[in-house]
Structure formats: C-alpha cells, structure tokens
Design a protein around this ligand. Structure first.
Ligand SMILES: [Zn+2]
Length: 73
C-alpha cells in the first residue's frame, strides 16, 4: 500500500474546486508553462483500477469538464 486515507492529502482537501460530481473533484494545478488541472477521486483509492463502474463514468464526465476548462487558455 502506497498511502492510506489518514495520510492522504487529497482526502483532506477542503479548498476551492473548479468542478465536482458525486465521486470526483477538479482543482487548479498551477504550472509555469501551461494550464493544468487535477481530477481527484473523492473516495480514497490507490489506483484507478479500484474504482467502480460509476466512478469511471464520473471520471469521464470530469475529464470532459477538464477539457472544457483548459480550452479557455
Ligand atoms: Zn485519499
């Protein structure tokens, strides 16, 4: 196990989000040369392959949001 929920900074995230749905949220990921965002699972997972089919569906929706958001730059 790489991390656990108690030491996971993403599970503790309570800052501003750019978008969210039932199982994922998206945050700004400042980068010096290009716009970037991070899409994070609300449920603690060690790998995307632990996600349920619904979580995969929500991830796809969030990636659409990411594409739309990043297209503004
Ligand atoms: Zn976590």
């Amino acid at each position: 196990m790489l991390t656990n929920q108690a030491s996971c900074k993403w599970c503790d995230h309570d800052g501003e989000t750019l978008a969210s749905n039932a199982s994922h949220y998206m945050v700004d990921k400042p980068h010096p040369t290009h716009p970037a965002v991070l899409v994070v699972s609300r449920r603690h997972v060690e790998s995307p392959f632990e996600m349920t089919p619904n979580e995969w569906q929500d991830l796809g929706d969030m990636l659409e949001n990411a594409r739309t958001w990043l297209a503004k730059f």
